[in-house]
Design a protein. Structure first.
Length: 442
């Protein structure tokens, strides 16, 4: 089969390289992990055969992440930005809904997309998918501790080994002596990213933690994992199988991390799972970031100004809030007195909108407090319900004047976005089980 034509989809000013292969009834978006370059990958016979087998029953959509391969060489994208990139590519190829294969580090983004856009997700397949890379006391199945990562990412060491292809022994130990494949992996590294860009990408990936996202995935899901995977410990998959409702879990022998090397058994599972998937139901629950705002000292200010002047001030306040919500794709849910409830399909956008709202209304001589939480919400017409909404309200009530306060969940999901936080410590939120660590946006 001839090499597929490289096309470009635009997400704002960023252009993303992708190709499609096959014309099957199922659209299948492949979310790769680590380093990619579509042209170099296609030159690897094992990868080419993998794509061709997928294309026997699906229209396959493969792409290079922003900042990598043939896509625009910009800064490493966050999960949220990369989720938007996938939507842009789907729109460009005319795909209203697709199935997804999330491989390795591509797993978290696939889960986030499925939870946020269930109406555009027919099915989810997770192959060697990560949950959290950092090894911590509460997650012993990561890839490294923070100290081990810093030692591994010393730039002089990365430069020395970049392009040598030694990573093959890590992702496919059984093929470590295959000189042909090792050289192809070396070429893939240098054509995917520079050493400095690779370090930035690995640092971003290390901060990801989707333990809060997995329970919000309601899409039909297949989890496939090799029991001796040397990159992603099998307990990642076992944890996912317990925390994604109704997921089918298949544990296979072997130690190869990527599904396109010696992966016929994985392909068999994927083909069987995807060709039987039904149309998704209209979503009743989605993952969303909830924003609550309210004016500090509103009662005293209203008494000071009088009814008419206060009403005029509130109208201007509402105009500014709605403008800043629209700028970041926020959806206004309710306006109760002097406060707003809104939802966003991405936590970084929600944070930036909240910060702009704080600054905008300050020009009116008003101070507001804002609180953000990301979780699964129940759609009820134009309203949203659920514990995530209640949690967001409690986070907002803990914020100080002019402060944007977020939950740990929000902080975890914006790793790599360049947003800085100050730890406000662990607190109990009234009516919300457990203890919650909160962070103020700087």
């Amino acid at each position: 089969m001839n090499a597929p034509q490289i096309r470009y989809a635009a997400n704002g000013d960023i252009h993303l390289a992708y190709f499609t292969l096959g014309d099957g009834p199922v659209d299948l978006v492949v979310i790769h992990g680590a380093m990619t370059n579509l042209e170099v990958l296609w030159d690897i016979p094992e990868y080419r055969r993998y794509c061709e087998q997928l294309a026997s029953f699906a229209r396959v959509i493969c792409f290079d992440k922003r900042g990598m391969g043939l896509s625009d060489r910009v800064r490493v994208g966050t999960l949220e930005e990369r989720m938007d990139d996938v939507r842009a590519i789907m729109d460009d190829v005319g795909s209203e809904a697709a199935s997804f294969i999330g491989i390795s580090e591509g797993g978290p983004m696939s889960m986030l997309f499925a939870a946020t856009y269930p109406d555009r997700t027919r099915a989810l397949v997770l192959c060697g998918a990560e949950v959290k890379e950092e090894t911590t006391e509460d997650w012993p199945w990561g890839e490294a501790t923070r100290e081990e990562l810093e030692e591994y990412l010393q730039i002089e060491n990365v430069v020395a080994r970049w392009g040598q292809g030694h990573v093959l022994a890590y992702v496919a130990p059984s093929r470590a002596d295959d000189e042909r494949l090792r050289k192809l992996f070396g070429r893939l590294q240098v054509q995917a990213a520079s050493p400095h860009d690779a370090v930035a990408f690995m640092r971003m990936a290390f901060e990801i933690d989707v333990r809060h996202v997995a329970p919000a995935v309601n899409t039909p899901t297949l989890i496939v994992h090799r029991v001796d995977d040397k990159v992603c410990h099998v307990e990642n998959a076992r944890w996912l199988s317990r925390n994604i409702k109704g997921a089918k879990y298949v544990e296979l022998p072997g130690d190869t991390h990527v599904p396109w090397i010696d992966g016929d058994d994985i392909l068999d599972e994927v083909r069987e799972f995807l060709t039987g998937v039904r149309e998704p139901a209209v979503p009743e629950r989605v993952l969303a970031t909830v924003l609550f705002t309210d004016i500090v000292g509103s009662t005293d200010r209203a008494r000071e100004l009088g009814d008419r002047r206060w009403r005029d001030l509130i109208e201007r306040h509402h105009e500014l809030v709605r403008r800043d919500l629209a700028r970041y794709r926020g959806r206004e849910i309710d306006t109760a007195g002097d406060g707003f409830l809104a939802t966003f399909d991405g936590p970084a956008r929600a944070i930036r909108s909240a910060k702009e709202i704080v600054e905008s209304v300050r020009t009116l001589g008003l101070e507001i407090r804002a609180g953000l939480h990301t979780g699964e919400v129940e759609l009820a017409g134009d309203a949203v319900r659920g514990i995530a909404v209640h949690t967001g309200a409690r986070v907002a009530s803990a914020a100080g004047p002019g402060e944007v306060l977020v939950s740990q969940t929000v902080k975890d999901l914006v790793a790599g976005a360049g947003i800085e936080f100050e730890d406000r410590g662990a607190r109990e939120l009234k009516g919300v089980p457990g203890e919650w660590r909160l962070y103020a946006v700087r």
